[in-house]
Design a protein around this ligand. Structure first.
Ligand code: UGA
Length: 438
């Protein structure tokens, strides 16, 4: 390394977090060696074609920095090249609700003793994981640096962080300093703390955001009973800076690879320490019920759903991603089919994933084809293109122009003028009795 070069960085696991981390550190001028056990994925990344994930800005970022980025399946390569190794492997939930740490353990097991490396944990792990790893590997230099990026805006979130949390315990200061130096050019507030607190900051942040969503969803459900509009309520609440206007969009519940998993993991973690986390338990339950309330909204207008055709607009758990992990569309389509309905769907990008995850759902190439002859449409994901459709033309294609706007994304007045019966979430509805219960 000459004086002007930045130190090399190793990235272990090139899923969403790993690929963004690798690309962004390369963009900052670090040589990056990114390792993954998935040979097909590594070959794809080396070949420079379509990325394995859909993330705005990421293909350009990776292309621009190719000369500083190396992808490999061999652990020895990042070990040879770098002292700082970011661990970005996934930690999916197990049947018990605990996080599955087997991939993290495999990474720890592959580190040579006394190699002068530091493991920087980006994967979301239960609080206490760092301490447990250190107990069985006392020589290991360990830093916790949880990731706060959001899918769909991951590159921007990485490059413009509101905070960077770095947890280290005595003996690992040099590594924590190196991590802080790598993030320093980004200008975000750097929070230095101990490992256990850093781990808790991540879990508590996601649990709090999930709580905000379930809270506004319950307010929405009450709004439906009293004739209020939750979007107005959220607007009025959000102006109080103590509350803030973010994450107050009522809808058919949160999904994705993080909130469902992390809320469950924190609940489980609390339980394992003997504490029943009552509030979080309710947050999770409210989220489950929220998806199912859509069925009652349809039945209110259609009666039985047997042999009804229902079109799902959007399948991804949120716009600008093709990720369908824990997406509301999965529960909804299964519930609708359980009620005897036929389900068709359209999503601008999640189609290839949907093919595997929803084999019994007919996928359409366009919104027009999806709603043709349908008895109802449900807007599941607020893709921007849904705001620009000719709804009057679409109403004419449907057997019954009923729409449930699961994200309060559309203009109810415009939809009604286009001929639709409109149902939002927590907004004054057309006809029938309010949806009761959960
Ligand atoms: C979330 C956090 O926002 C990130 O800070 C965190 O780093 C990430 O998890 C993680 O742990 O890796 P993400 O799951 O990508 O990010 O997506 P969000 O934009 O937070 O949305 C999550 C879900 O909540 C989506 O289904 C979205 O539709 C829903 N949501 C969000 C609402 O229903 N209402 C809202 O007001 C906001």
């Amino acid at each position: 390394m000459n004086g002007s070069e930045k130190p090399a960085i190793g990235v272990i696991g090139v899923g969403w977090v790993g690929l963004v981390t690798a690309g962004c550190f390369a963009e900052l001028g670090h040589p990056v060696v990114a390792m993954d056990v998935d040979q097909a994925k590594v070959e794809l990344l080396r070949a420079g074609g379509t990325l394995p994930i859909h993330e705005p800005g990421l293909p350009e970022l990776i292309d621009r920095n190719r000369e500083r980025l190396r992808f490999t399946t061999e652990m020895v390569e990042p070990l040879d090249a770098a002292r700082i190794l970011f661990c970005c492997v996934d930690t999916p939930p197990t049947y018990s609700g605990d996080a599955d740490l087997s991939r993290v353990e495999a990474v720890v097991g592959a580190l040579p003793e006394g190699g002068g490396h530091a493991l920087v944990m980006k994967s979301t792990v239960p609080a206490g994981t760092g301490a447990a790893i250190r107990r069985s590997n006392p020589e290991l230099v360990y830093v916790s640096c949880p990731e706060f990026l959001k899918e769909g805006s991951a590159v921007r979130d990485f490059l413009e962080p509101d905070r960077v949390v770095i947890g280290s315990d005595p003996g690992a200061e040099w590594a924590a300093d190196a991590v802080a130096a790598a993030y320093e050019p980004l200008g975000g507030r750097i929070v230095r703390t101990d490992v256990a607190s850093a781990e808790m900051i991540k879990l508590a942040s996601n649990a709090f955001l999930a709580t905000k969503i379930s809270f506004i969803n319950e307010i929405a459900n009450v709004c439906e009973g009293v004739g209020a509009d939750v979007t107005e309520v959220a607007r009025g609440m959000g102006l109080d800076p103590r509350i803030g206007n973010k994450f107050l969009q009522a809808g058919i519940g949160y999904g994705g690879s993080c909130f469902p998993k992390d809320t469950q993991a924190l609940k489980q973690l609390a339980g394992n320490t003997g504490y029943h986390f009552q509030l979080l338990t309710s947050v999770i339950e409210v989220n489950e019920l929220q998806k199912r309330r859509v069925i009652a909204k349809l039945s209110k207008h259609l009666g039985s759903l047997v042999d009804r055709k229902v079109a799902l607009l959007g399948l991804a758990f949120k716009p600008d991603t093709d990720d369908m992990r824990e997406a509301s569309s999965l529960v909804l389509s299964a519930r609708l089919q359980g009620e005897g309905a036929t389900v068709v769907a359209y999503d601008p990008v999640a189609e290839s994933r949907a093919d595997q995850l929803l084999p019994s759902v007919e996928l359409s190439e366009t919104v027009g084809a999806a709603v043709a002859g349908a008895d109802a449409a449900i807007l599941v994901t607020e893709w921007p293109e849904f705001g620009e459709l000719d709804w009057a033309e679409l109403a004419g294609r449907m057997a019954n122009p009923l729409i449930v706007d699961g994200r309060n994304f559309l203009d109810p007045g415009a939809l009604r003028r286009a001929g639709f019966t409109y149902e939002g979430i927590g907004r004054p509805a057309d006809g029938g009795e309010p949806v009761a219960g959960g």
